[in-house]
Design a protein around this ligand. Structure first.
Ligand code: GDP
Ligand code: MG
Length: 817
């Protein structure tokens, strides 16, 4: 009987927990496990919650949850067997019945038509026990009950289906059977000779979060073809056991029953629930719909919320009907409609087609690694392209070339529009300078706001280009191939191939890259990837690199730039290795890498993604960077003591144009005394406070201040340097690079010497590459990893590593200068 039917104060013993995987997990974590004795202490009327006593504590369950727990009563045995109530015997008898009942395994055979279900069914049950035929409403199903290996098996031979959508009566029937009869195990019978098609159904069963054993039937046909098939590998990838069977001859059926028992008793080591990854866009939609569905507890006890969400995206009318009984159905439906629209606009395709494509991508990825058919000619265009792009020897060089092209375009194409923006900002600044009277407000607007935000806005083109490339690579389907190519290399460092995409995205901005790790199911893999993303040099660091490199390494510009990116990658991998050996001790969880068909990305998708990311960048300029610039400005402006420290238009101009390009000639006024004012400002005082820590790296107080200013966002380092390095020489045409080159130490044992030489400049670059990612990243890691622990770790680790690396570089470098 069901736990929900038990009367008040009765004691029962659990025989079985039904329902999908995550429900069973949650319930057993609450203490409801097979063989446990429980007492009903409250049985609320009107579908209210039930309350139970397990061992010594009370637990309450909803009726829908109690519906999925099978029990045998203890009390009833007292009366029927003894007539009198010696509780001990009652419990003993109940336990015996419990043990008997919990040895009943309900099995459903699910598979395509003609894959051999009925043959398997007959063979496994025939000679042994009765086989009955009974008719469902429209379709036939067969049921057989037999004893084997100490268990009672009840097999159901369901009608053949290719899918579990709601197109045909058969499909609806099979689905209903699974929800309503909640079989303990689903045997998914596959036709081994057409795996690709058969596995489609498997992906739907996986979505449903069921306990599955897959029978690779007609294995004799496969063997005849001399195909190399690593089915244990496939089992590991898909998280469910695959066993070869030849049901016509009864071969492999014994192993199959053994496996069914193992999975039933939760002894099978391969079985784990995986998620088929539908790609970031769809996953985002699934997540949104799922949250709405989850508000309806009763249904998600029975059917996995992820499955329901996917079905809503596929516009499944039966699921809609099912959900329509729930109070927030309108809400669910509206969310689904909105998401469907978003996806259909984005992909220019029906949402159900997009999901189907993703499923086939998953299957193609799984088979690519395990199934080698030398005789099969490539059918699809995608497979032909893949033959080249993921080629054993060609794959890697092609990939490197694509990356190189991406960075080359980012830096070189970007420089033209960069100049335009630069000039526009300059023009605005001059204009405001001209119409406003000198004073604090003018200084705030020109030196604080416009130059602060402007110096960062200049890099918008580079960022757009980078995001353009990343979007094209993602949308075309190449990015997942890149993951495929990189998988082996990544494994050496304890990383997963799938970590690769977030890492590449990290070159754009670390924050969305960290969000992209959501596609990784294994928590350890995910956190590990998150922690090394900050080593991927994000676009915010680019302005600083360009400034310093163009000032001090004019000969080897691109070499140093690429070197910095490469160094970041090296540190990322070393960190991954170390963390993996110490903190994570990652067990390898194999994963399918989806190979979704190549598609020509539409302009619409690309613009959508570019805008998505660019708006993020613009928002950052409007908020964090602006605020940072104003704070730095204020700290440098106050306290005001001298009168001669007025700032002028020319100063601002230098600041912006100084980043990279030759400055315009402006109306030169006195900048004299600026650095005196700065040194005495709050900013100067803070900077000097850090001198003892930073001087071993060869950094002066202005550099230290710039680094601190860069904590909210690294772009601010540039704008801060623009404010700080005002030359005492009255020379308005000198750009920031020149000023940096001319800067000398004002005091200390290095007094009179140049602040920047190649060693300090390099140490500074490396420090910027590695230290404290930025506040946004730290906050995102906190959110995604769910605790401050990892955020604190990343702050301390990166900053310490930055210091040590800069120290080493500075000291070694100094030997040669
Ligand atoms: P169902 O539609 O899934 O119930 O499939 P059936 O059990 O009716 O089988 C379809 C056909 O496949 C029959 O002709 C079977 O004899 C054949 N068949 C079933 N299992 C095997 C097998 O393991 N190997 C081979 N070669 N043929 C099989
Ligand atoms: Mg049949």
């Amino acid at each position: 009987m069901k736990l929900s039917e038990v009367k008040y104060s009765e004691t029962v013993i659990i025989t079985k927990i039904l329902g999908h995987g995550s429900f069973r997990k949650r319930i057993s974590e609450m203490g409801f496990v097979k063989g446990k004795e429980i007492k009903v202490i409250k049985n609320a009327p009107f579908n209210g919650p039930f309350e139970f006593k397990i061992l010594d504590y009370n637990v309450s369950l909803r009726k829908s949850e109690a519906d999925l727990i099978e029990v045998v009563p203890v009390g009833s045995f007292d009366e029927t067997l003894n007539g009198n109530h010696t509780g001990v015997i009652g419990v003993k008898t109940a336990l015996a019945v419990q043990s008997q009942k919990s040895h009943i395994i309900n099995v459903a055979l699910v598979g395509n038509p003609n894959c051999g279900k009925t043959t398997l069914f007959n063979h496994i049950s025939h000679s042994k026990e009765k086989v009955g035929n009974y008719t469902g409403v429209t379709v036939d199903i067969k049921r057989a009950e037999f004893k084997a290996k100490g268990y009672t098996f009840i097999f159901h031979d369901l009608p053949g289906t290719y899918s579990l959508t709601a197109y045909s009566e058969e499909e609806i029937f099979v689905r209903k059977f699974i929800y309503e009869q909640t079989p303990d195990i689903v045997i998914n019978v596959l036709d081994s000779t057409s795996l690709e098609r058969s596995l489609f159904l498997t992906t739907q069963l996986i979505d449903m979060d069921l306990r599955i054993v897959a029978a690779l039937n007609m294995y004799d046909e496969l063997e005849k073809k001399k195909i190399e098939f690593d089915y244990t590998g496939l089992s590991r990838l898909m998280g469910l056991p695959f066993l070869p069977t030849i049901s016509l001859k009864g071969i492999g059926l014994d192993r199959l029953t053994d496996k069914v028992i193992e999975v039933f008793e939760e002894r099978d080591k391969i079985t784990r629930h995986i998620h088929i990854n539908y790609g970031n866009d769809i996953e985002e939609s699934i997540q949104k719909i799922r949250l709405k569905i989850k508000e309806d507890k009763p249904i998600t006890d029975k059917i996995s919320s992820r499955f329901l969400a996917i079905k809503m995206l596929e516009k499944d009318r039966h699921i809609k009907e099912l959900l329509s009984q729930y109070p927030n159905f309108r809400d669910i439906e509206n969310t689904s409609m909105k998401e469907i629209r978003r996806i259909e606009v984005l992909f220019d395709e029906k949402s159900e087609t997009v999901i189907t494509d993703a499923k086939y991508g998953f299957i193609a990825g799984a088979l690519k690694e395990t199934f080698k058919n030398p005789f099969r000619k490539e059918k699809t265009r995608s497979e032909k392209i893949d033959n080249i792009l993921t080629h054993k020897y060609l794959g890697f060089p092609i990939f490197t070339a694509i990356l190189f092209l991406m960075f080359y375009a980012t830096f070189n194409l970007g420089s033209y529009p960069m100049n335009w923006i630069d000039n526009a900002v300059l023009w605005v600044n001059n204009f405001i300078s001209d119409i406003m009277d000198d004073g604090m407000l003018k200084d705030l607007i020109t030196n604080g706001i416009i130059s602060g935000a402007g110096s960062v806005l200049v890099f918008l083109p580079n960022i757009l280009i980078l995001f353009f490339f990343i979007s094209v690579l993602e949308e075309s389907g190449y990015m997942s191939r890149a993951a495929f190519i990189m998988d082996k290399i990544m494994h050496r460092f304890g990383l997963h191939g799938r970590s690769f995409i977030p890492l590449i995205m990290g070159f754009g901005c670390n924050v969305p890259a960290i969000l992209a790790t959501r596609s990784m199911r294994n928590r350890n893999d995910r956190i590990l990837t998150m922690l090394i993303i900050p080593f991927m040099s994000c676009s915010a660091r680019l302005p600083v690199y360009i400034l310093i490199i163009s000032a001090f390494f004019s000969k080897y510009e691109s070499l140093i730039l690429i070197g910095l990116y490469a160094l970041g990658i090296v540190f990322a991998f070393i960190t991954a290795s170390i963390l993996n050996k110490t903190m994570f001790k990652n067990k390898e969880t194999p994963f399918v890498m989806e190979l979704v068909s190549y598609r020509l990305p539409t302009m619409r998708t690309i613009i959508y993604h570019m805008w998505d990311k660019t708006s993020h960048y613009l928002k950052k300029i409007g908020t964090v960077i602006l605020l940072g610039a104003v704070i730095i400005w204020a700290l440098g402006y106050f306290p005001r003591e001298t009168e001669n420290s007025k700032k002028s238009a020319s100063t601002t101009e230098n600041m912006i144009t100084g980043i990279q390009y030759s400055p315009q000639s402006g109306s030169g006024t006195e900048t004299h005394g600026q650095s005196g004012q700065l040194a005495n400002s709050y900013l100067g005082r803070i900077g000097r406070f850090f001198v003892p820590v930073m001087s071993p790296l060869g950094f002066d107080w202005k550099m230290s201040i710039s680094l601190i200013a860069g904590l909210p966002a690294k772009e601010i380092i540039v704008s801060t340097m623009g404010v700080l390095y005002q030359s005492d020489v009255d020379e308005s045409t000198v750009n920031l690079q020149k000023k940096l080159q001319n800067e000398v130490h004002q005091s200390g044992k290095l007094k009179g010497e140049k602040v920047f030489n190649s060693a300090t400049a390099l140490a500074f670059l490396i420090f910027i590459l590695i230290y404290f990612p930025c506040i946004g990243v730290v906050a995102t890691i906190k959110n995604e990893a769910g605790s401050w622990k990892w955020s604190v770790f990343i702050i301390l680790y990166t900053t310490a590593l930055a210091w040590i690396s800069a120290f080493v570089v500075y000291n070694i470098g100094s030997l040669f200068i």
